[in-house]
Design a protein around this ligand. Structure first.
Ligand code: BES
Ligand code: MN
Ligand code: ZN
Length: 491
């Protein structure tokens, strides 16, 4: 989506539609748009528009303004506000406008939401507007390609250079999200590990990232028995994908972002029930968020060096598959008793984290659709974060700023005790089955030494939507990409 800056007031913009936010009953417009505010306030009086989040109204201006239409998008009550609601309201406005055949949009260049700075507002609303243009239609043979819409940020701002920089950031992030969403939404037959590796290689060369792919024999040489164990029941070979952003600070130690990229999770021999199994094509979304974040980091030209590692494998119950009870050895030499082949993400991550540790990082953050238990705990309202108290605070703050909420769960000794095995160094499931998300975190900690700052983010509840919302259709959300870029930018 093309984004521009116009110093002319919003109400003077000659566009298909003006987008205005409303926080419950309050229309968020500044003093430069008095007559516009009057029109909208009158509309609200007659229509059933309450400014709830997700509520969008499209109505004509009947020649009273140069713009043909108004799009009013709700943010909900101020007390319930968090930044995802702003991103969603922007996306929902553009989606509703597109449905009505509108192509050119204008929006205020300044934040009217009290708790959001002008700069953050422009990035979040711009990124959201981009996201609102997305539709996954690759396999809809009758779908027509719509022309790309435009968005003007309107009104006088004190710092023009800052506005332009923000729009560049919003466009960079929006582009990264849209491109990666097309990969994330692919079904298992179209997105095997090798296809993800090819995509990553192309993305890397287009964005000046370096890219290294470890195939089956390299993984075997390195002793990566976790990811190879998962892949051995599948006809598709595993790939470990390593992307590097050099950064401008050559002396700094890298930040490492690790993503679970299970291209399809059938459960393996511990087969999942059939109902809903198709959603397990989204089990690659940790890796997808890392891919999008790496692209954002490269395009934003951030200072610190960053490495992205995707452990890509398919979990299938083939003749060669792991059996429950099998004992395998991870890259760091630890042996794992696999009591449930459906707890495969942690096996992939065991190797990916071990490789990350060898790169002497300043910090590691991993993202994974790791446990159904996190959906029980938090639903789709937040992802869980587990790790060092000190480090966990950083992505949590970045998430609050970027509109991706995290909630911390503990990493107590009781949870690592659960993971003890009678026959190997560690078991891949807990003894009692309780605290599924925390025990998974305790398992991962065994592959990252105490002295390395580490945090794990479980996105099983937030990575995709099963049914459409006003701001997006069913499919990948790329949860995590925004907060990772925000976090790295704050370094
Ligand atoms: N990919 C799943 C987790 C998941 C479940 C993601 C539902 C999204 C929705 C993961 O590999 C898994 O199967 N985890 C098991 C772990 C258990 C066997 C210890 C789970 O959560 O049931
Ligand atoms: Mn599984
Ligand atoms: Zn899985």
């Amino acid at each position: 989506m093309k984004m521009t800056y116009s110093m002319e007031a919003l109400e003077l913009q000659k566009k298909d539609a003006l987008i205005v936010f409303a926080q419950a009953g309050e229309v968020l417009l500044g003093s430069a748009n008095r007559s516009l505010k009057k029109l909208i306030t009158e509309y609200i009086k007659t229509a059933d528009f309450k400014g709830e989040s997700g509520q969008v109204a499209v109505f004509p201006t009947f020649g009273k303004f140069p713009a043909g239409n108004m799009i009013l998008s709700g943010l909900g009550a101020p007390k319930d506000f968090h930044r995802a609601l702003l991103e969603q309201a922007a996306a929902a406005a553009v989606r509703a406008g597109r449905k009505a055949g509108l192509k050119t949009f204008a929006i205020s260049a300044c934040s009217r939401v009290k708790s959001v700075s002008d700069s953050d507002y422009r990035v979040i609303a711009g990124r959201g507007a981009c996201w609102g243009t997305y539709a996954f239609e690759r396999f809809m043979t009758a779908a027509k390609k719509q022309t790309a819409p435009t968005l003007a940020f309107a009104g006088q701002c004190p710092d023009t250079a800052a506005v332009r920089a923000d729009l560049k950031t919003a466009a960079a992030q929006g582009t990264a999200l849209l491109g990666t969403a097309d990969l994330a939404n692919l079904p298992g037959n179209e997105a095997a590990p090798a296809a993800i590796a090819d995509w990553a290689r192309k993305m890397a060369s287009a964005n000046k990232l370096s890219c290294q792919i470890l195939g089956k024999s390299e993984l075997a040489k390195k002793g990566c028995g976790g990811i190879l164990g998962v892949a051995q029941g599948s006809a598709q070979d595993a790939k470990m994908i390593i992307l590097k952003h050099a950064g401008t600070d050559k002396k700094a130690r890298p930040i490492i972002l690790v993503g679970k990229t299970v291209t399809f999770d059938s459960g393996g021999i511990s087969l999942k029930p059939g109902k809903g199994m198709g959603w397990m094509r989204y089990d690659k979304c940790g890796g997808m968020a890392v891919l999008a974040a790496m692209q954002m980091i490269a395009r934003m030209n951030l200072r610190v060096p960053v490495v992205g590692i995707l452990g890509a494998a398919e979990n299938m119950p083939g003749a060669n598959a792991m059996r429950p009870g099998d004992i395998i050895k991870a890259r760091n030499g630890k042996t794992i008793e696999v009591l449930n082949t459906d707890a495969e993400g942690r096996l992939v991550l065991a190797d990916a984290l071990s490789l990350a540790v060898e790169m002497k990082p300043s910090a590691i953050v991993d993202l994974a659709t790791l446990t159904g238990a996190v959906i029980v705990a938090l639903g789709s309202a937040a992802s869980a974060v587990i790790g060092d108290d000190q480090l966990a605070k950083e992505p949590t703050k970045a998430g609050a700023d970027a509109g991706e909420r995290l909630w911390q769960l503990p990493l107590w000794k009781e949870y690592s005790d659960e993971m003890k095995s009678d026959f190997a160094d560690i078991s891949n499931i807990g003894k009692t089955g309780g605290a599924g998300t925390a025990t998974a975190g305790a398992f991962l900690r065994a592959f990252v030494p105490e002295e390395i700052p580490w945090a794990h983010i479980d996105i099983a509840g937030t990575a995709w939507l099963e049914s459409g919302k006003p701001y997006q259709g069913p499919g990948a959300t790329l949860f995590g990409a925004r907060l990772l870029a925000q976090w790295v930018a704050s370094k």
